[in-house]
Design a protein. Sequence first.
Length: 406
Amino acid sequence: MIRALTFIAAAIGLALAAAVLAFVVLRRDLPPAGAPSTGVAGAPMAASAIDASRADVASVRRDKYYPSLSVAVARSGEILWSEAIGVADIDARTPATPETRYPIGSVSKPFTAAAAMVLAAQGAVDLDVSISIYAPSLPDAYGRLTLRQLLSHQAGVRHYRFALIPPAFTENGMNREFATTEDSLAIFIDDPLLFEPDASFAYSTFGYTLAAHALEKATGRPFLALMDDIVLAPLDLASVAPDRASPAPAGRSTDYMAMLRKLGIIPSPDTNSSYKWAGGGFVATPTDLARFGDALLAGALIDAAQFTEMTTPRRTAEGAINPQSYGLGWRSGTMAFPRGGAATTPIIHHGGTAAGSECALLLAPDFATTVAACGNAFTGGSGALIQLAADIARHFEAAASEAARP
């Protein structure tokens, strides 16, 4: 036992030493923001909102050390603003544009949940039956789970574990190709559930991998083809695609890590998302993320009742709302409007963190507004981008309210 622990400690020490050396050798400074690349700067009423939002974007980019930061705002079927600042690749000095694609991490989950809702409306799946109906070869503990439990993180499937993969040291850093969704189940399918289904809440990207497997078995279609057919193509979201390791998606940003902020930025290690397409494996432009949220608000993909079902926080078996106010692929909450005021308005949102990228997607239903933001660095979490999206939504609603005054 002592010998094994000594070996593990030595391995961790070597990995940390390698990480420190890599940081010293590979570090980059935050590049200048440069002139913004503007895709759309919409109606005249948006001018003041754009000015205020630009200042917020520049501040977040500077504070979080994103080499580039790209945002988009959709409102009632129209893109009001799309803009990027900074560089998509530091060494090549490639400017970021609104067409730059970013790994969206867990913002992939709302897309997968939307696909499940479409299939449920078609009668192709039932969210509340055991997935063994579709995938009878699953172990009993997993076969009894339902799509609703998986999509709400109340199934008890585990999330990432520790792994000797610097610098994050979790399974999220895997760089291994899985040919099929079924192949990727081997990572976790023999592990016990964390709790009885619906007894508690545990966020799990692997739960979405299992949900994708169930959707495949129910429809007889590979998950990625299914997503194209029932979500991406109907909404014309051409930039949304699997983040394949080779060849990389065209126009994809380069991955960086900026957890240490002013000490510098380093390139992220190569990773492979083939084990988590459904829960964290897509790339997109913020513009298409905003268009996706706008389509959901408009009822263009699923109806209003389904949207409410999708975005209503689920309760555990004891009756308590789960701790993340998580529905099916979305978190729900409120934000103050105006900022700092007592009044609030509902928001629906999801953040995404990849090995070298972070994104946020926020819907403000009462404002008919969707905001998306992506930056090409891992900084420790997408919370700052969620806050940025909320602030931008406030700016645009304030401008719309001002324009509507007689």
